[in-house]
Design a protein around this ligand. Structure first.
Ligand code: SF4
Length: 358
């Protein structure tokens, strides 16, 4: 089993996508006539900058990469949430132009034929085209979710269900059915759009700039690692826990391979993130590090603990190198009285340290 998760930081999304794909191109099918599904997240009509939907550049670069290697049977498949129009998302985000430029197919899974399957005894209608595909490339957005706390690779597959099954999933509490769905639809590659995922809502509006992308072949392992990037333990996320019970997460020992280091962020936090930023003291902070701190503060806020930091500001960023603040995050703040290691620091590590001093 491939336990490597490859991570890249930056803001040249096309170049980052290509480098990630090059790192895992040995996993592409040997038969160039294989049917390949690309599954982005187009949950609702929105712009990627709002933190809800996949950046179209990632999808386009993936198509271009595949065609450079002579794969021709490519379909982009997605079904927006209940009441949403996938076609409106396709139109708004330029997918019709992309399909005609590269001569590929678009599939609104709401209009596909469905195959009824019952993994773990949970009945569900799954897009037949996706179910029968030879190779699936999942391109989720790493972001918060009001019910499941986090949504990413595993939950992104909900877009291949009929609207009826989507409703059933909600009635059943999401966690068990999402884990069950992942036993029948297993992406071969997962390219994570962790550029600016929303802090706590699936529909976006409160993006946190991270400037990070990842690739991994195991959706459950990738989600387990991603949970830690948002300040959770894998066990905190119900559908990862359920997947563990089904034997889909043998261990949480991942191997992280970094293709680049984070860069200093230029954007300003918005919404809830701006409120949480009052507890921070950034100086040339990299976006990935700063996002980890915001995610950790959000977890404390959820537990009503963040107010205990009143009067304190957590140092972060390259401008703190060699200085000795009271609390600091990341290798740049290694001389702080209380410090969190890592470059970038991870949200779960930050959370652990902050909890220890409250
Ligand atoms: S530790 Fe410093 S250099 Fe490393 S990601 Fe954080 S701010 Fe950037």
């Amino acid at each position: 089993m491939n336990r490597t998760i490859t991570v890249i930081y930056g803001n040249d999304i096309r170049n980052m996508t290509r480098r990630l794909l090059e790192a895992e191109c040995n996993l592409l099918p040997s038969d160039h006539s294989s049917s390949i599904i690309i599954k982005p997240n187009l949950v609702t009509l929105s712009d990627p900058e709002n933190g809800a939907v996949t950046h179209t550049e990632i999808v386009e670069e993936t198509v271009s990469f595949l065609q450079d290697r002579n794969y021709r049977n490519i379909t982009i498949a997605e079904g927006s949430w209940i009441g949403g129009s996938t076609e409106a998302c396709f139109r708004h985000l330029g997918y019709y132009g992309l399909a005609s430029k590269y001569g590929i197919k678009l599939l609104d899974t709401k209009k596909d034929e469905y195959t009824r399957v019952s993994p773990c005894g949970i009945g569900m209608e799954v897009s037949r085209t996706v179910l029968e595909a030879d190779f699936i490339i999942n391109i989720p957005v790493l972001k918060g979710h009001c019910q499941t706390q986090m949504t990413h690779a595993m939950k992104n597959l909900k877009g291949v269900l009929s609207d009826k099954s989507k409703r059933d999933f909600h009635r059943l509490g999401l966690d068990k059915p999402i884990a069950a769905l992942n036993t029948v639809i297993k992406p071969d590659l997962n390219i994570s759009d962790s550029i600016c995922g929303d802090l706590d809502f699936e529909e976006g509006g409160n993006p946190v700039r991270t400037d990070r992308m990842m690739i991994g072949s195991d959706a459950v392992l990738l989600d387990a690692y991603s949970a830690t990037l948002m300040g959770f333990s894998p066990d905190d996320i119900g559908y990862i826990r359920e997947a563990g019970k089904l034997g889909m997460l043998e261990s949480t020992e991942w191997k992280i391979k970094e293709l680049s280091k984070p860069a200093v962020a230029k954007s300003q936090p918005t919404g809830i993130a701006r409120k949480l930023s009052e507890y921070t003291d950034p100086s040339d902070a990299c976006s990935a590090c700063y996002a980890s701190l915001i995610h950790a503060l959000k977890r404390l806020d959820d537990e009503n603990l963040v107010r205990k930091l009143e009067g304190k500001r957590i140092a972060i960023g390259q401008g703190w190198r060699g200085k000795s603040p009271e609390i600091g995050c990341g290798a740049c703040c290694s001389k702080a009285s209380v410090t969190v290691p890592g470059c970038p620091a991870k949200a779960d590590d930050i959370l652990q340290v902050l909890r220890s001093i409250l």
